[in-house]
Design a protein around this ligand. Structure first.
Ligand SMILES: Nc1ncnc2c1ncn2[C@@H]1O[C@H](COP(=O)(O)OP(=O)(O)OP(=O)(O)O)[C@@H](O)[C@H]1O
Ligand SMILES: [Mg+2]
Ligand SMILES: [Zn+2]
Length: 251
């Protein structure tokens, strides 16, 4: 208390050696002018940590470009629990716990339509933003490859994000120019060893087939595949088509 009183005095706050009262709970404090008791101070510190984390999360969320409807879910409180999502959820929780600024390995999640891949990946991103202060950037790959100006305009955010989500790779036509943008982006992310989470309806072998079918040559397809394999471990999220079920339910 002696020390606190000294510090407060040097900050120009008036204290007196008489006992005072805590501003929050009214408990008697050793010195007048000390705004709260030790117990309330601990609570206040925890509360302000929480407020800072929430404010930080708001800023990170708005910069992340995660579509609005995916912003409200966290990995540990998903609205429903589906057994086929469990393994990916646990793995992603482990990745968030082990977050490392420049050596973060994130998965290539693939599986059938509507199984919940984007939901799980963005819930992981929300959890990582809230609990770890990780910066996230979400990119829909077909949109990016159809609109290469987007890459030019957002390149710095895409490359700097701690976690980059590349959603729906494979569902696009691709040409020489867009394939070189895709390659460049994957290559830069790989070299930086930042986390890149890729989502697809195709396994890596199927993705290779898709890229070849859309006219890409074997060499370019090969270097794209190698970058993905170098950065990501693959994990399948195979389950019911929840989107279809929702549509049927809603009639
Ligand atoms: N755990 C969950 N709890 C509640 N709703 C969920 C859950 N997982 C997914 N959904 C819902 O299921 C629908 C499909 O999920 P999502 O869009 O994540 O699937 P997807 O695998 O990314 O599909 P696609 O391959 O077509 O992009 C969405 O409406 C989503 O809100
Ligand atoms: Mg999706
Ligand atoms: Zn108090």
């Amino acid at each position: 208390m002696e020390k606190i009183s000294k510090t407060i005095e040097t900050m120009g706050i008036e204290t007196s050696k008489e006992p005072g009262n805590c501003l929050w709970c009214g408990a008697v404090t050793a010195f007048k002018g000390v705004t709260c008791c030790d117990k309330c101070e601990k609570i206040e510190i925890e509360r302000s940590k929480k407020t800072n984390a929430i404010n930080n999360h708001r800023v990170l969320s708005s910069l992340s470009k995660i579509p609005y409807r995916f912003l409200d879910k966290q990995l540990d409180n998903m609205p429903e629990s589906y057994e086929w999502q469990e393994e990916a959820k646990q793995m992603l929780l482990g990745k968030i716990k082990a977050f490392d600024y420049d050596r973060w390995r994130l998965p290539y999640l693939y599986g059938n339509k509507g199984s919940g891949k984007t939901t799980i990946a963005t819930a992981a991103a929300n959890t990582a933003m809230l609990k770890r202060g990780v910066s996230v950037y979400y990119v829909n790959v077909p949109m990016l490859l159809n609109n290469l100006n987007y890459y030019a305009e957002h390149q710095s955010e895409i490359l700097a994000a701690n976690m980059l989500i590349l959603d729906d790779i494979g569902h696009h036509s691709i040409n020489k120019r867009s394939s070189s943008v895709l390659f460049e982006m994957l290559n830069d992310r790989m070299n930086d060893k930042r986390g890149t989470l890729i989502i697809s309806n195709f396994s890596i072998d199927e993705l290779v087939e898709e890229l070849l079918r859309s006219g890409l040559n074997r060499q370019t397809t090969g270097v794209i595949r190698d970058r993905i394999l170098e950065m990501c471990d693959t994990m399948e999220v195979k389950g019911r088509n929840l989107r279809l079920e929702k549509v049927i339910e809603e009639g």
